[in-house]
Design a protein around this ligand. Structure first.
Ligand SMILES: C[S@@+](CC[C@H](N)C(=O)[O-])C[C@H]1O[C@@H](n2cnc3c(N)ncnc32)[C@H](O)[C@@H]1O
Length: 408
């Protein structure tokens, strides 16, 4: 049996349970749900498969060191003998970031200082063994290290875990979004919203009447076609033979020839599935509308870049309240993310828009299940319909709700 290792998949707050369900599919040896992510123990190849297929994770980290500290100086002492040359060589750059939990923050206060202590240990280890040390690069490091310091049951001791970021660019950056999109949803949050509905992918229509740059549509289409979210990166890797993820240049991966071969095979397998997926016929297409022509063009660009076949998504410029739903009487799912009104003075006008949206749903969408995602508690009160579900999410720091309305 292959050796197992600990990994941490991070996600936006509120997605932990959905992420846990995704991790569970790997059948991991152990799984621990935490705030902002899920830790799990599995084989390296299964974890890399997760990195390629997770719709919800923001990043994936590999655990490389665990130690306990009582004082800041312990970070240096406990890492001076750590075999840093198993993680990076002199030609590779690195970056270190520290995250404290509440208690660690209260005790140690300065996370920059703890990153410095760790950097000193790394540098002194290399100097002692080679006379030189690798350089820091805070923007594009080859190896990005994350130190998480958390309290233990012993009030005096803090558990410190050193993680290596395997992604480089966040997994939520799928690569299809055009620049300058207006208030777009982060891709993994959009995927979480789609997965939180009871939409039957491909078997009933999905409509976003305020689609903006089309994030919900692209994520829904990828789910319906069973395309992995890293699809564009997989394709680029095969076309250019260039690494698309940080771990591909990291020593723990490169030095394991069996694993690198297994990963190449995995990429090939996914690519074959992608080609099949792109040809999957859907019983019902997806539908996107926006009142704004430029936004609609952005949706078109997103879908095109994501290679979603044009016939699978119908796009049209329209006010949400003028949309003729594709199947009279349903069934189908309406999923949308109306504007929140971040600017002063917008709220009154938006209240009316939310009210109108509610009236439209009541009068024209019988037989559909509608989901409205919003971060503005006042605005959602303007929809005079009874919610059958309210699911909390965070969009950055904004507390949001996905509201479900069953329309009879
Ligand atoms: C928050 S953005 C949607 C962002 C989208 N979910 C994304 O990830 O790109 C809201 C969109 O609603 C559109 N919109 C606002 N009022 C509308 C209305 N009455 N009818 C149709 N579209 C509307 C705006 O043009 C904007 O593109």
């Amino acid at each position: 049996m292959s050796a197992t290792t600990s990994f941490f998949a991070s996600c936006p707050r509120g997605l932990e349970e959905l992420l846990q369900a995704e991790v569970q599919l790997l059948n991991p040896h152990k799984i621990f749900v935490q705030k902002g992510g899920v830790e799990f123990i599995t084989t390296k190849i299964k974890a890399l498969d997760f990195l390629l297929t997770s719709r919800l994770a923001s990043r994936l980290f590999l655990k490389v060191h665990f130690f306990k500290i009582k004082k800041m100086e312990d970070i240096y002492e406990k890492n001076l003998k750590f075999p840093w040359d198993s993680l990076l060589n002199l030609d590779q750059t690195f970056k270190i970031q520290t995250l404290f939990d509440q208690e660690a923050k209260a005790r140690f206060n300065n996370s920059m200082m703890s990153s410095l202590k760790l950097k000193d240990a790394l540098a002194d280890y290399f100097r002692a063994t080679t006379g030189e040390r690798p350089s820091v690069n805070t923007k594009f490091p080859n190896v990005s290290l994350l130190l998480r310091v958390e309290k233990t049951r012993d009030a005096d001791e803090f558990a410190s875990t050193l993680w290596v970021d395997l992604c480089g660019e966040a997994l939520s950056h799928r690569g299809y979004r055009p620049p300058k999109a207006y208030a777009p949803l982060r891709e993994n949050l959009a995927a979480a919203l789609v997965l939180s509905t009871d939409w039957k992918p491909g078997q009933e229509p999905l409509i976003d009447p305020m689609c903006g740059s089309g994030t919900l549509l692209v994520e829904a289409a990828m789910i319906a076609l069973n395309l992995p979210p890293t699809f564009l990166k997989i394709r680029k890797r095969l076309e250019t033979s260039r690494a698309q993820f940080s771990f591909e240049n990291q020593l723990w991966f490169l030095n394991d020839k069996f694993l690198t071969r297994e990963f190449d095979q995995l990429i090939e397998m996914h690519y074959q599935n992608i080609l099949e997926g792109l040809n999957t016929p859907l019983q019902f297409p997806l539908y996107g509308y926006d009142k704004d022509r430029v936004s609609l063009e952005m949706s078109r660009t997103s879908l095109k870049t994501a290679m979603i076949p044009a016939e699978l998504v119908h796009l049209e410029q329209s006010f949400a309240t003028d949309v003729h739903l594709p199947v009279e009487g349903g069934p189908g799912v309406i999923l949308t993310n109306p504007p929140y009104g971040e600017r002063l003075g917008e709220e009154e006008q938006l209240k009316e828009e939310y009210h109108q949206l509610g009236e439209y749903l009541k009068n024209h969408a019988q037989g559909y299940r509608a989901y409205v995602f919003t971060g503005n508690a006042e605005l959602r009160k303007s929809i005079s319909l009874k919610t059958s579900k309210r699911i909390p999410f965070f969009n950055g720091d904004i507390e949001c709700r996905l509201l479900k309305y069953d329309l009879y």
